[in-house]
Design a protein around this ligand. Structure first.
Ligand code: NAD
Length: 476
């Protein structure tokens, strides 16, 4: 019977799995060498990668690409390289009584799962591939990466860089759009990492379920900022401006909705405007303003703002409007939309661009109740100095992570898990928790030198004495 050759993607997975099984254990030194090779690759190719990101975005500055994608990825990779010897040793565990008295021992050993698929996004096209890869390689796995098709030059540059440093059965890249993404999610990986939107994340999880593939879903959402009435408004405005302007709001943890006391809304907007104008004296042609990635996303953000305005929401312009509006430049100032109606586009969807919702409250718990009525966000931000209130906010909300008196900082914690909850995702990478995510925690029991069960009457035919012993063990 003629054999049909497997699809290239499946063939790649099969080749990686065969090499993984052939290897047996993956010593720390090999894991560290692989991490080092990714580090060397990024160091060698960072100029080409930054140039590709600059072109893909139509002018994303190399400063931002270096900060966010190159150095962000390198920090994760170096942390994993340096810390993994502390993570990999087997952990002794108490064994089973009474066999432990006769030499029975037990331990948990962390083994690589095998081959991990990693799907990345366009907004942080290196970070969303290489930061999870740090945890994946630290755990001893092999991996196939799928960059986003919306940043095609970067995808190609990543494919070339990886091919120059790795054999395809160790680390490989496949490129393509949603069709390739769907095919990717349908493969029987040993684990699948998906970074992207909540809508596509649901489809990915459905496809993975067909093969019972465990998933790490790094999704988005509407990350809120809570401004306590006691917060330093000027400081909050500056930090929110810096966080929101990063990648022009095209970050999964970008502040999306700011909650402010109604008496402070005006002062906050004025402070934000002043800070913004200082950071970005011009918008058009300003290399520090990252363009919105393409016309479709530019039109999407525009339509959210226009929809809110049509529904009667007040829209405030922060910074000057670019003279190049309508040209291919796609650099957009920040617009603040005040108290948009709940059914407006901007209130219902993650903004993921240079617009911000400002909602007012009379009492802080109203804001917390509104946040809790929505989907669980990826990030939550609190500004204030009242410790009791801060504790109350942390105890009464849930989100992937939190930054206090700042925004967008907790994803930079390389020794703490990064991930979402509910609609913002599941699972995590970074730190020991990332290592655990991509390891199989395998419990091992090792019998001792002597088995007392026969002489203690613990084997069938069971006697009264054994039953009495069991009854005596039924205790509180
Ligand atoms: P997206 O969901 O449109 O695409 C993400 C990736 O999925 C791309 O590589 C795409 O080709 C692929 N894909 C598309 N259809 C697929 C399918 N059916 N099956 C499998 N893969 C498929 O997201 P995006 O526009 O690239 O990124 C923006 C979203 O990602 C935002 O919601 C943002 O919040 C989120 N995000 C999250 C994180 C995080 O770490 N939590 C980081 C960056 C971005």
């Amino acid at each position: 019977m003629p054999q049909t050759s497997p699809a290239p993607l499946r063939a790649l997975l099969d080749a990686q799995r065969a090499a993984f099984l052939e290897d047996g254990g993956v010593p720390d030194t090999l894991r560290q060498a692989r991490l080092q090779r990714v580090i060397d690759m990024l160091v060698e190719h960072h100029d080409a990668l930054c140039a590709a990101m600059e072109q893909d975005f139509g002018g994303r500055s190399r400063v931002f690409s270096l900060m966010n994608d190159v150095l962000g990825s390198l920090a994760s990779l170096k942390h994993a390289r340096d810390q993994l010897p502390n993570w990999t040793p087997r952990e002794p565990r108490p064994s089973v009584a009474p066999f432990d008295s006769f030499g029975a021992t037990a331990w948990v050993q962390y083994q690589p799962k095998g081959v991990v698929g990693i799907v990345g996004t366009w907004n942080a096209p290196l970070f969303t591939l290489f930061s999870p890869l740090a945890s994946v390689l630290a755990a001893g796995n092999r991996a196939v990466l799928k960059p986003s098709e919306l940043t095609p030059r970067t995808a190609e540059a990543v494919a070339q860089a990886v091919a120059a440093f790795f054999a395809p059965e160790e680390l490989a890249v496949v490129t393509g759009g949603p069709d390739v993404g769907a095919e990717f999610a349908a493969q029987p990986w040993d684990h699948l990492v998906f970074t992207g939107s909540t809508a596509v994340g649901k489809r990915v999880m459905q496809a993975a379920a067909e093969n019972l593939v465990p998933v790490t879903l790094e999704l988005g959402g509407k990350s809120p900022v809570l401004l306590s009435p006691g917060a330093d408004l000027r400081n909050a405005a500056e930090r929110i401006a810096v966080g929101k302007s990063s990648n022009s709001g095209q970050l999964c943890v970008a502040p999306d909705v700011v909650w402010v006391h109604e008496s402070q809304a005006q002062a906050f907007v004025e402070a934000l405007d002043e800070v913004w104008r200082g950071l970005f004296p011009t918008i058009a042609g300003n290399r520090d303003v990252v363009p919105v990635v393409n016309e479709r996303h530019f039109a999407r953000v525009e339509s959210y703002v226009a929809d809110a305005a049509e529904r009667g929401a007040r829209v405030l312009l922060v910074g000057g409007w670019p003279s190049a509006q309508g040209t291919a430049e796609r650099r957009m100032p920040l617009r603040v939309v005040m108290n948009p109606p709940a059914d407006s586009e901007i209130a219902r969807h993650e903004i993921f661009g240079p617009a911000l919702v400002l909602n007012t409250f009379r009492e802080l718990p109203q804001a917390v109740a509104a946040i809790n009525a929505g989907e669980r966000p990826l990030a939550l931000y609190y500004f204030g100095s009242d410790e009791a209130e801060q504790r109350w906010v942390l105890e009464h909300t849930l989100s992937g992570g939190v930054s206090i008196n700042d925004v967008c900082m907790h994803p930079a914690l390389h020794d703490a898990p990064f991930g979402g909850i509910g609609a913002s995702g599941m699972g995590r990478y970074h730190g020991r928790e990332g290592f655990l995510e991509f390891s199989h925690a395998r419990s091992v029991y090792q019998a001792g030198s002597h088995d007392p069960r026969r002489e203690w009457g613990m084997l069938p035919p069971y006697g009264e004495q054994f039953e009495a012993m069991l009854r005596a063990s039924v205790t509180r």
